[in-house]
Write a protein that binds this ligand. Structure first.
Ligand code: ADP
Ligand code: MG
Length: 703
């Protein structure tokens, strides 16, 4: 049988069951998937250099032969360094690895040809590249390349793939023989759009992305594929926006009397920025059109009170509010803050949380159903369950960067099912550049609280290593003696959850028994029961604890104004924005606050210190987010995997912002003209959209 695009990959010549399994692990199941697996970069002869010509500091590409290599263990016998000598006909270059040496040592053969990229250093007598990127070439390929000057594509690989000899070379061998099949792909953009933007047809783009003859070809192919990715992303935004532009929104026109009482009772004056944002929200809420607004404000800028004032308007108009927080701890904190602010005004608030007795939970749910409560606070997971409102008119989502776009739609649906089109207010402390905001919050209007309350002292931040530990412990004691409280945070990532948790627990033991036996220390981590967590947080709040040892569960939102020191262990393992969030837990009172970033092993210092220095230099969340984005790329920065956004394989929301603007205009225009994508010439777009997002309902909603 002649293979087609949908033929299983195991039937491809050269694959078989084992390799098929490896390919499956990166999402390649069919011939089509393989052709959809794009190179991560190319070796271009125009950028290639000879070893004798390279200079220290250059970013270079070199092709050469492996002359020799060896693994040098270090004192403790673990890790060590791996050195490889590379030659071409003009000289020798040393390659060196400090990490992952055990793996690298099995990756090469003496005499083979490899391509190398990286930044040139001088090390003693030799020029050297540390941690270069390398790619193995067939001698045939390298000859070919050197003589024809074509571009060689390099494919992303994983350890599993490499074990099956599926590095770039392996991929090229599989892909080249089936390149003609690219002509079988169905076009996914309309002729009108292709023409308007002078794009390549899909089939040509796919072919050229795998086998470009010139750089220009490659760029054209990439442009087409990137445009398409961004177009569908923006199409989702356009459809979302359209689908909530219902004229059936709630006009919250009732005059507010309780807000005056609330404002009079606040111990502070609202900042000008808070007032501006409240006006923007009010304007939206007055209109009979559902609000969909994002409030961005750095940690500590005072988003909660802004939300409370908006909620009060909804309550006074006789509607219920759902207030979603990313964690239980935060939900509970919001509950206490709102209680304190609103109970005198007769506003009824309920908290739903894990660990509540069944009867208790049932009675709360009943109160919500019968409108005995005005505001319901809980985590997203809780709202997903059977919470049924009598009259849900307002939704607040705190710290949205933790949630997906999808959840926003879900909670809205709860109200729509009852015939209400609620106003939605989303709050985030992750300040993101405009283009990025457009990509991920493209269906939201944006308000910015660009000012901090007066009287806050900037937090003093310092990067320190083990050598300073004793001094730091002495400093912490001074702070506790002065009546302050302290956070000590340990990293915890999924891959090494067990080890990380153990480290945090051990540190807690040691602090409690050896370092500060006389102080009151608490431990908080995600694996604890709700009730235990709540207990610890309550103690902290009541100043029955001096020090809280915690994993990153305290990252967002926690507000203990008396806490003055944030000590972060293994700071090198956190992203900058995450560090900024953590640091935002202190500096909330009038005392001077401190953030200490402890970094681990010596050899890590050079790299991480540069990165972490940004934290010492600025407390501006925007600047930190920009740095973080540059360092980690938008995918990791946003955790796009969980966010419900489609994965972008080639397009980059930061670098390709011009293309995104084009794609956005194109998508929004299309939805303006053909909101349901009914026109025959748009059928392929509708089809691909539904396949991509599995989201027919939204198109169905448009009227
Ligand atoms: P975030 O924006 O990080 O969610 P919060 O809303 O938790 O910040 O506010 C942080 C702290 O600042 C709270 O203790 C809050 O009462 C206080 N706050 C809010 N607005 C002001 C203001 N205008 N002036 C002084 N303090 C304020
Ligand atoms: Mg907050």
């Amino acid at each position: 049988m002649k293979p087609s695009l949908s033929t299983e990959i195991k039937y491809l010549k050269g694959v078989g069951p084992k390799r098929a399994e490896a390919l499956n692990s990166v999402g390649i199941h069919t011939f089509a998937d393989l052709l959809d697996y794009f190179p991560r970069k190319y070796i271009d002869r125009a950028n290639m250099m000879k070893i004798e010509d390279i200079k220290v500091g250059d970013q270079v590409t070199i092709i050469g032969q492996v002359e020799d290599f060896n693994l040098k263990s270090n004192r403790k016998g673990f890790g060590g360094r791996f050195e490889l000598m590379l030659t071409d006909d003009t000289g020798r270059l040393q390659l060196v690895w400090f990490q992952g040496a055990q793996w690298v040592k099995n990756a090469f053969e003496v005499g083979e040809t490899i391509a190398v990229y990286g930044k040139v250093d001088q090390f003693g007598y030799f020029k050297q590249i540390a941690h270069p990127e390398v790619d193995r070439l067939d001698s045939e390929e390298s000859d070919n390349f050197i003589h024809t000057g074509a571009l060689i594509p390099l494919y992303p690989s994983t350890e599993f793939l490499r074990r099956m000899s599926l590095e770039s070379r392996g991929f090229r061998k599989l892909i080249y023989p089936i390149l003609d099949m690219t002509s079988e792909f169905q076009e996914t953009l309309s002729p009108e759009i292709i023409l308007a933007h002078q794009l390549l047809p899909l089939s040509a783009a796919l072919r050229q992305i795998h086998q470009p003859i010139t750089q220009q070809n490659r760029l054209k192919a990439e442009e087409r594929i990137k445009f398409e990715e961004l177009f569908y992303l923006q199409l989702m935004m356009a459809i979302r926006k359209k689908s909530i532009q219902s004229p059936k929104g709630i006009p919250f026109t009732e005059r507010v009397t309780k807000t005056k009482t609330l404002l009079a009772k606040l111990p502070f004056e609202l900042t000008a920025a808070q007032k501006k944002v409240i006006r923007e929200i009010y304007n939206d809420m007055l209109l009979p059109r559902p609000m969909n607004r994002l409030v961005q404000g750095d940690v500590g800028s005072g988003k909660t009170i802004v939300a409370v004032i908006a909620i009060l308007l909804a309550v006074e108009n006789g509607y219920q509010t759902a207030f979603m927080a990313p964690t239980e701890i935060l939900a509970e904190q919001h509950y206490f803050v709102l209680q304190e602010l609103l109970w005198e005004l007769g506003v009824r608030i309920a908290l739903i949380k894990g660990g509540q007795k069944k009867s208790e939970r049932e009675s709360i749910l009943e109160d919500i159903r019968t409108h005995q409560v005005d505001i319901v606070i809980g985590t997203h997971a809780i709202f997903q369950e059977r919470v049924e409102f009598e009259k849900l008119g307002f939704v607040v989502i705190d710290e949205q960067h933790r949630f997906g776009v999808m959840q926003r739609a879900e909670i809205r649906q709860k109200a729509v099912a009852k015939g209400f089109h609620p106003d939605v207010l989303v709050m985030t402390a992750t300040p993101i550049p405009r283009t990025l905001a457009m990509a991920i919050y493209g269906d939201l209007d944006i308000s910015i609280i660009g000012e901090m309350p007066v009287g806050r002292k900037p937090i003093k931040t310092a990067v320190r290593n083990e050598g300073a530990r004793e001094k730091i412990y002495a400093f912490l004691r001074e702070q506790v003696t002065a009546g302050r409280q302290i956070y000590i945070v340990y990293p915890l990532i999924e891959e090494s959850e067990k080890i990380d948790l153990k480290a945090a627990k051990e540190a807690f033991e040691e602090l409690q028994t050896k370092i500060y036996p006389d102080l009151r220390i608490g431990l908080l981590h995600g694996k604890m029961k709700s009730a235990e967590k709540q207990d610890i947080m309550a103690k902290l709040k009541k100043h029955e604890l001096d020090i809280l040892v915690s994993t990153t569960v305290i990252e967002v939102g926690i507000n203990i104004p008396n806490a003055s020191v944030m000590l972060i262990e293994h700071a090198e393992r956190f992203g900058l924005s995450q560090l900024h969030q953590l640091r935002g837990r202190v500096g909330r009172g009038s005392d001077q606050s401190y953030c200490i970033l402890m970094v681990g092993k010596k050899f890590l210092m050079e790299h991480t210190e540069i990165r972490l220095n940004v934290m010492e230099e600025t407390t501006d969340g925007f600047q930190i987010a920009e740095e973080d984005l540059k360092l980690r790329g938008p995918g990791e920065f946003l955790g796009t995997k969980q966010s419900g956004l489609p994965e972008l394989k080639l397009a980059n929301i930061i670098w390709d912002k011009d293309l995104m603007a084009l794609a956005r205009t194109s998508a929004f225009d299309l939805i303006e003209k053909d909101p349901q994508l009914r026109a025959p010439q748009n059928s392929m777009i509708k089809e691909k959209f539904e396949r991509l997002f599995r989201e027919k309902i939204f198109l169905g909603d448009v009227s």
